[in-house]
Design a protein around this ligand. Structure first.
Ligand SMILES: *Cc1c(COP(=O)(O)O)cnc(C)c1O
Length: 444
């Protein structure tokens, strides 16, 4: 019998603030999301499984639409994309930001209007560019100088493609070094400080096949403050004024990217989209007035803030082990369905569901089943002291950058995605099976 190290329940450990708004408590320690009992989802679809609250996704889209009423909101598909997700985003009136021919094709074949799609990528392949032009995406964001002539040639003599140029504004922000993209010495965009951005802009303006509609920047991810966005916007407006002065060109769009932070555990800060919208709007008006520029249309690209809090991951406990002072609770998923803890050191707040426990809460390290010591989901989880194999754990804020980054490691297979809404559950993406692995492996 394994005993866990007792610890006092931290303030708010039972709070559901980071869970979807539809979450309710059921008897026997259970929770319902979207009116569906999570234990029933686990039984019906097996574990690990990902639950996506459709209502939460839609509400988050509407919050953005309302906050950024005169702007255009593009959902960053890389956070999570499926055909149903593309449909919800379309129905809520958002655009879509994609980074590959794969994301693009999936969205368009699901019926997403290509003119509301924007293509990113620091290394766009010929296939990405050909796909974007063939399907007619609204805009392509140029990320490097070498891309300019290549894109113009692909457009051909009679075509014209709307483009933005991605600028590195030199603003430091973001939850972790690996997701900071606002400064030099990282691979994205063209630097404002060393003049590459200005140089690239002049070259784009010299290409009759390309129509420069505006500038883009994306300073990082999991940012919880408004200030770095305002600082970046000020620099972007300054560059727009210099473009007007040196080229006589007035740009009509300014894309401030995404990166809006969410709380993964109760008590953590999140970025308020309404406060961000207000601050950006004010700075844009003031900056443009001072520079004598017409106010451009603002674009933003939230990914995590739309999908993240709408997702819940369900795992089954397979083993409980004590080593020295640490208690490991090992579950049937891990870094193959969620590589974020290993990549960025982020931590989650898992919760026991499916049975009520009166045992004292204990501090435990929830780990995955993979062959890496870094396969840790939650280093300091608070779980009932009698947690045992067979228990179910639910992890909130699992909707972004988990399944979209999932891998085939250990041939465990990627989990299914189950949508919940109005008391009904339905499968969106089925579980990856051994047959999927086998059928790709043609033997040789
Ligand atoms: C990743 C990314 C986003 C979305 O970032 P979130 O942190 O998910 O909001 C938006 N725009 C660009 C260019 C990105 O690379």
């Amino acid at each position: 019998m394994t005993t866990l190290v007792p610890c006092p329940l931290p303030l708010g450990a039972d709070d559901l603030t980071v869970w979807p708004a539809s979450t309710t408590r059921l008897p026997h320690g259970d929770l319902a999301v979207g009116g569906v009992c999570l234990t029933e989802v686990a039984e019906r679809y097996d574990t690990p499984a990902y639950v996506l609250d459709e209502g939460e996704v839609r509400t988050r889209c509407r919050t953005y639409r309302d906050a950024f009423a005169e702007a255009e909101v593009y959902y960053a598909a890389k956070a999570f994309l499926s055909r149903a997700m593309a449909r919800w985003i379309d129905e809520e009136g958002l655009g879509l930001d994609v980074c590959s021919a794969g994301e693009l094709e999936l969205a368009v074949t699901a019926g997403f209007p290509p003119e509301r799609i924007l293509l990113h990528g620091n290394a766009k392949s010929p296939r990405d560019i050909a796909g974007a032009l063939r399907l007619g995406v609204g805009r392509i964001v140029i990320d490097s100088s070498s891309e300019i002539a290549r894109l113009a040639a692909a457009v051909g003599p009679r075509g014209r493609q709307d483009v933005l140029v991605r600028v590195v504004p030199g603003v430091r922000a973001g939850g972790h070094e690996k997701i900071r993209t606002g400064t030099d010495e990282q691979k994205f965009g063209l630097s404002l400080t060393d003049g590459y951005a200005q140089h690239a802009i002049a070259r784009v303006l010299g290409q009759p096949q390309l129509r420069l509609t505006g500038l883009h920047c994306h300073i990082g991810s999991q940012i919880t403050e408004v200030k770095p966005y305002v600082a970046a916007l000020r620099r972007m407006v300054g560059l727009m004024a210099r473009i007007r002065d040196s080229h006589g060109v007035v740009l009509t769009e300014l894309d401030m990217g995404g990166g809006h932070g969410v709380a993964y555990r109760p008590g953590e800060p999140a970025l308020d989209p309404t406060a961000l919208a207000r601050a950006l709007r004010a700075e844009l008006r003031a900056g443009c007035a001072a520079a004598g520029l017409p106010v451009p249309r603002l674009l933003i690209e939230p990914g995590r803030a739309i999908a993240g809090p709408a997702g819940v991951a369900l795992y089954r406990v397979l083993a409980v082990k004590r080593t020295g002072s640490t208690t490991f609770v090992a579950v049937d998923g891990g870094m193959s369905d969620n590589p974020r803890p290993a990549l960025y050191g982020v931590r989650y707040a898992p919760r026991l569901i499916g049975r009520a426990s009166t045992a004292d809460p204990c501090r435990a390290t929830v780990v995955g089943r993979h062959c890496e010591a870094g396969d840790v989901l939650a280093a300091d989880a608070h779980l009932p002291g009698d947690v045992r194999p067979g228990d179910l754990l639910a992890v909130p804020v699992a909707g972004a950058y988990q399944l979209s980054m999932a891998s085939g490691y250990n041939m465990v297979g990627r989990p299914p995605v189950v949508a919940v809404d109005g008391g009904r559950a339905r499968l969106l993406v089925r579980r990856e099976t051994l047959e999927d692995f086998r059928s790709r492996d043609i033997g040789g």
